[in-house]
Structures are given as structure tokens and as C-alpha cells.
Design a protein. Structure first.
Length: 277
């Protein structure tokens, strides 16, 4: 959903005049899913199987933020999105065959990526420069695979084959996170301020949907992973009358609770922003 729709809706609902800012966020990031489930590769019976999808999600994000209030408590709504971009995407399955042969089969190549997020947070308590609160964030990434290099590797006897894969594939990642937020604000002269913010979601849900219309028409393959997320952000703002400009850095990392369903997200970013104080 476009960023403008979310911002317009919040502006209409805000009880007091909100403060709006816009940021450009350059991210270096990677995302990987891994799941285990029985499957088959040229056998009648199910065999131990896992599949792994790895994505290069580097991109430029445009973010709009509205600082407002909810029942007099400071709150912050944010929506961000990326342009469509071509990035590396791999999809490989591993099968442990009854005779000891380990088969790795999949596709490596490129995919068209587009992503967006929305979040709403509220500060529930503040003591001097330290504030704490909660935030909900939803993130959605969508990839449309291009034609790729199909690879099949056998361990017994050792062999490697290649072919061009034209089978259509679209994958969608969705992450729901309810987080605890702690921030520390310090003054940096009469017009400047530093913000250090730590965010953690001990129990977040990541869902991967795989669409293969040529193999499974009308059917989506859905997988879910329970993860924990951590995020550390450092930001500086400088006041220019009623306006402010700023810059900062952010790092994030995910951790998995189960080996059978995993989502690995890690990245770092630099951003600049401008808006009303």
C-alpha cells in the first residue's frame, strides 16, 4: 500500500498537529529462509529434505514518519518502501536419498524485488532522558524470479548438471513483530540532539509464501518461522527554526528459535532525514 495513504490516514486521525519527516535510507542487507520437511526426489517414499532460499535485499528505502500522540502519549507512525530492483536470488533443495546419495537441486539467478513496511509505536513511560515503549511493525518483501541457472548435484556418484530454468516462481516474505523499545535522548548543544534507540522483538513471526503456478496452479506453499529480532539505531538531529535535519545509522539482526524453520535477516544502513520538529 502506498506510503501516502498511510500518512494521510494518520494525519486525519491525529488529535494534535503532527510532526512529519521524510528520510532516505540506504541499506546493505540479506535475507535467508531455511525449512525442513520430508519430500521426494525420484523416490516413491519421502526422504529427509530441507530447502533454503537466499536473497540479496540491498536497496534504497524512502521513509515517511509522523510523530503524533495517542491518548496524550507520544507516538510515532512510519511507512517506508523501495523501488523495484533486480537482485540475486537462490532457491535450493537438499534431499538425503535412501542409498546415501545427497542431492542438491535448485536455481540461482536474479529476481525483481520490491519491499515495504509499516509500523506504529507509542512511548509508555519516560524518566528524564530515558523512554520505553512498544511498537508493532509489519514488513513485506516480494520477489519475482527471472530465468535462472538450474543446478543438480549428486554426491554418489559425484556429478553436476546445469540447465536453464524458465519455470515461473514468486515468493513473498511477511514479518510480524511486536517489539519493546528503549531510547536515550541527549542534548548536543542548543540546537542538536542525539538519540540512541534499542528495539527487540523476542517472539516475531516470519512467513514465506512460495507460488509456482506452472507446477502447482492455484496453490500457495506456506511456511512459518518463529524468530527474535534486534535493532540498534543511532541518530543526530539539528534544529533549523521549525525544521530539523538529521542523519544516522542502524543495524539489525534476527535469531531463530527452531532449527526446522529459520529466517535469517541481517543488515546495516545509513540514512538522512528532514522534517518539522
Amino acid at each position: 500500500m502506498p506510503v501516502a495513504i498511510f500518512l494521510s490516514a494518520l494525519l486525519c486521525q491525529a488529535a494534535t498537529a503532527p510532526r512529519v519527516s521524510v528520510a532516505v535510507d540506504v541499506r546493505n542487507e540479506s535475507l535467508r529462509y531455511r525449512f525442513e520437511n520430508p519430500s521426494t526426489f525420484d523416490t516413491a517414499e519421502l526422504v529427509p529434505h530441507s530447502f533454503e532460499q537466499t536473497y540479496d535485499t540491498d536497496n534504497v528505502w524512502i521513509r515517511g514518519t509522523v510523530r503524533h500522540s495517542i491518548f496524550k502519549a507520544p507516538a510515532e507512525f512510519s511507512a517506508s518502501g523501495t523501488p523495484a530492483a533486480t537482485r540475486r536470488a537462490d532457491d535450493f533443495d537438499t534431499f538425503h536419498q535412501p542409498g546415501g546419495d545427497v542431492v542438491v537441486a535448485g536455481t540461482t539467478g536474479n529476481a525483481t524485488l520490491q519491499s515495504w513496511t509499516v509500523s506504529e509505536g507509542v512511548t509508555t513511560a519516560r524518566w528524564k532522558a530515558l523512554g520505553t515503549g512498544v511498537r508493532y511493525e509489519y514488513r513485506r518483501d516480494r520477489w519475482r524470479f527471472h530465468d535462472g541457472d538450474g543446478i543438480v548435484i549428486h554426491s554418489q556418484p559425484p556429478s553436476v548438471t546445469h540447465r536453464v530454468v524458465t519455470t515461473r516462481e514468486t515468493t513473498i516474505s511477511q514479518v510480524h513483530a511486536l517489539s519493546w523499545v528503549a531510547d536515550l535522548q541527549t542534548s548536543a548543544g542548543p540546537r542538536g540532539a542525539f538519540l540512541l534507540r534499542f528495539t527487540t522483538a523476542p517472539f516475531a513471526v516470519a512467513r514465506l509464501t512460495v507460488q509456482l503456478p506452472d507446477k502447482y496452479p492455484g496453490r500457495d506453499l506456506n511456511f512459518s518461522a518463529d524468530v527474535a529480532l534486534m535493532d540498534l539505531e543511532m541518530r543526530y538531529r539539528h534544529a533549523l527554526g521549525p525544521w530539523s535535519i538529521g542523519a544516522g545509522a542502524r543495524g539489525q539482526r534476527s535469531f531463530n528459535w527452531l532449527a526446522s524453520g529459520q529466517m535469517h535477516l541481517s543488515g546495516a544502513s545509513l540514512f538522512v532525514e528532514a522534517g518539522r520538529r
